[in-house]
Ligand binder design. Structure first.
Ligand code: PMP
Length: 481
C-alpha cells in the first residue's frame, strides 16, 4: 500500500492471480507482514501483532542463533546434497536421537508434501500393497499423490479407488462422542472402524499399504486422538500387512510439550514405521524429512530405487535444523510449552464457564483448539461468529485462524516462546470479543439484527466453491459444493 507504484502493481496483480485459488489469511483484507521477532509480527506500518497462528516460526521468529547458524553456513558453502557434508550427518544423528527405536534412518526433503509423498513410496515398496487408509478431514499435502488422501481439500475428481477414508476420531463432535459413551474406550471404538475398512478392502480383493494420520489432527479441527486409538489401529494395519505413517508436520518437534512427537502421547509402545516432519523443523526455512526404520529404508534400496533430492539436506538447511533443535533443548522450550499451554488451557476453560459459545476447549502443550457453537447441547457450529472472532481479534492485533470441517474451531499454534503474559492478554481480548457477540445477541433478541451484521463482515466471504445456507436449525453454516 505504501510501496512505489510499480512495485504496488506487481504486488497487486500477483495477489489477484493468487487469490483465485490460494488461501490467504484474512483474504478480504490480507496482511502485509514485513518483519517479525519472537512471537510478534509487524506490518508495513510498524504495527505489532501477537502471532498465535505460526506453527513454522517454532522457536520464535528470527531467533538469533538460528539466523546466525544459517548465515554462517551460507557464507561458506551451500550446494547440491550429493556431496558428503558433516552437517547432513550431524543433523540426521540429532533428529534420529529424538526418535524411539527402531526409527533410525533419515531422508531429507524440502516440504511436508514431499515428505508424505516419499512416505507413500516407501510404504508401497515395502509392503508391495497399494491402498491407503486416511482420516476424514485430513490434510497431508498438495502433491498429486496426496490430494486423494486429503479429504480436507475441496474440489478435484473425488477420491481414488485406492483411498479408504475413516472417521476422524473426534470425541466431541464425531461418530462416537464422550457424552454419549461415558467411560467407554472411544479409541478402540474408532480403531475398530479401521478394522472394518481393512476387512472390506480384503473382501474387494484390495490390500492396504499404509495408514496415514496426523498424531493430532490439525486442519481437521485440532482433534486430540482418544487414548489407545493409535495402538489399536497400528496393530490392525500391521496385521493386514500395511505400515503406519505418522504425519508430524504440524504436531511434531515438541509442540505438545511432554514429548518430541505427538504419537508418543499414545504410549511408549506406540511407534510408527514412518514419520514425516516439516513446518517447524527449519523455523521458517524450507526443510522437511522422512524418518523410518532400517528395514523399510533397505527394502527401498534393494528394490533398485535411487533417491536423490537436489536441495533436501543441503548444508544450510541442516545447519538450521541443528540450531532449532539446540535452541529447543537449551531454552527448554518443551517444558515451557507444557507450562504455558496448561495456563492457556486452564484460562480458556474458565472462560468457557462464562461464555456458552465455547463448546469445547482441547489441546496439549501449545496445540490448542477452541470450538465455538451456537448451542452447547446441539453443538451447531458457530461458523459465522468464529469468522467474526478471527477478524475482531486481528483488529485487536492478535493473529489467530479457524479450521475444522465447519470452520468453527479457533486454532492456536503459536511460536513456543509464547509467554504467560501473552496468554493473559489473549484470553482478556477473547473475553471482550465474545462478550460483544453475546451483547449483540441480547440486542437481537430485543429486535435488531446483529447476525446480518456478522454475516456481512468483510472477513466472512464465501469462496467460489462455497455457498452459505441456512440449515435446518436456522443457523448459518458454510457448506462446500
Ligand atoms: N501435512 C500436514 C499435517 C500439514 O499440515 C501440511 C501443511 N499444512 C503438510 C503435510 C504439507 O506440508 P507443506 O505445505 O510443507 O508441503
Amino acid at each position: 500500500k505504501k510501496t512505489p507504484n510499480v512495485i504496488c502493481t506487481v504486488f497487486v496483480s500477483g495477489l489477484c492471480g493468487c487469490r483465485q485459488s490460494c488461501k490467504l489469511f484474512y483474504r478480504s483484507d490480507p496482511l502485509k507482514i514485513v518483519r517479525a521477532f519472537g512471537q510478534y509480527m509487524y506490518d508495513e506500518t510498524g504495527k505489532q501483532y501477537l502471532d498465535c497462528i505460526n506453527n513454522v516460526a517454532h522457536v520464535g521468529h528470527c531467533q538469533p542463533d538460528v539466523v546466525k547458524a544459517a548465515c554462517d553456513q551460507l557464507e561458506v558453502l551451500n550446494t547440491n546434497s550429493r556431496f558428503l557434508h558433516d552437517n547432513l550427518v550431524l543433523c540426521a544423528r540429532k533428529l534420529t536421537s529424538l526418535m524411539p527405536e527402531p526409527l533410525s534412518v533419515c531422508f531429507f526433503v524440502n516440504s511436508g508434501s514431499e515428505a508424505n509423498d516419499l512416505a507413500l513410496r516407501l510404504a508401497r515398496n515395502y509392503t508391495k500393497n497399494h491402498d491407503v487408509i486416511t482420516l476424514n478431514h485430513a490434510y497431508h499435502g498438495h502433491l498429486t499423490s496426496l490430494i486423494g488422501i486429503s479429504p480436507y481439500v475441496k474440489g478435484g475428481n473425488g477420491k481414488p479407488e485406492w483411498v479408504h477414508v475413516a472417521s476422524s476420531p473426534d470425541v466431541y463432535r464425531g461418530k462416537y462422542r464422550d457424552v454419549d459413551y461415558p467411560g467407554s474406550d472411544l479409541g478402540k471404538m474408532y480403531a475398530d472402524e479401521i478394522l472394518d475398512i481393512i476387512r472390506k478392502a480384503h473382501d474387494d480383493g484390495r490390500s492396504v499399504a499404509a495408514f496415514i494420520a496426523e498424531s493430532l489432527q490439525s486442519c481437521g479441527g485440532q482433534i486430540i486422538l482418544p487414548d489407545n486409538y493409535l495402538r489399536d489401529v497400528y496393530r490392525y494395519v500391521r496385521e493386514a500387512g500395511g505400515v503406519c505413517i505418522a504425519d508430524e508436520v504440524q504436531s511434531g518437534f515438541g509442540r505438545v510439550g511432554k514429548h518430541w512427537w505427538a504419537f508418543q502421547l499414545q504410549g511408549e509402545d506406540v511407534v510408527p514405521d514412518i514419520v514425516t516432519l516439516g513446518k517447524p523443523m527449519g523455523n521458517g526455512h524450507p526443510v522437511a524429512a522422512v524418518v523410518t526404520t532400517v528395514e523399510v529404508a533397505n527394502s527401498f534400496k534393494e528394490s533398485g530405487f535411487e533417491y536423490f533430492n537436489t536441495f533436501g539436506g543441503n548444508p544450510v538447511s541442516c545447519a538450521t535444523v541443528i540450531a532449532v533443535i539446540d535452541i529447543m533443548e537449551q531454552e527448554k522450550l518443551r517444558e515451557h510449552a507444557t507450562r504455558v499451554g496448561n495456563h492457556l488451557l486452564n484460562s480458556l476453560r474458565q472462560l468457557a464457564l462464562k461464555h456458552p459459545i465455547i463448546g469445547d476447549v482441547r489441546g496439549v502443550g501449545l496445540f490448542i483448539g477452541i470450538e465455538l457453537v451456537e448451542d452447547k447441547d446441539t453443538k451447531i457450529p458457530a461458523t459465522v461468529k468464529t469468522q467474526h472472532v478471527v477478524s475482531r481479534m486481528r483488529e485487536e492485533y492478535i493473529l489467530i485462524s479457524s479450521d475444522g470441517p465447519d470452520s468453527n474451531v479457533l486454532k492456536l499454534k503459536p511460536p513456543l516462546v509464547f509467554s504467560h503474559d501473552n496468554v493473559d492478554h489473549f484470553v482478556k481480548i477473547l473475553d471482550r470479543v465474545l462478550t460483544e457477540i453475546n451483547d449483540a445477541e441480547v440486542t437481537m433478541e430485543a429486535g435488531s439484527p446483529p447476525k446480518e451484521k456478522m454475516a456481512s463482515d468483510p472477513e466472512f466471504e464465501t469462496s467460489p466453491n462455497e455457498k452459505k445456507i441456512i440449515d435446518d436449525q436456522q443457523s448459518e453454516k458454510i457448506i462446500r459444493v
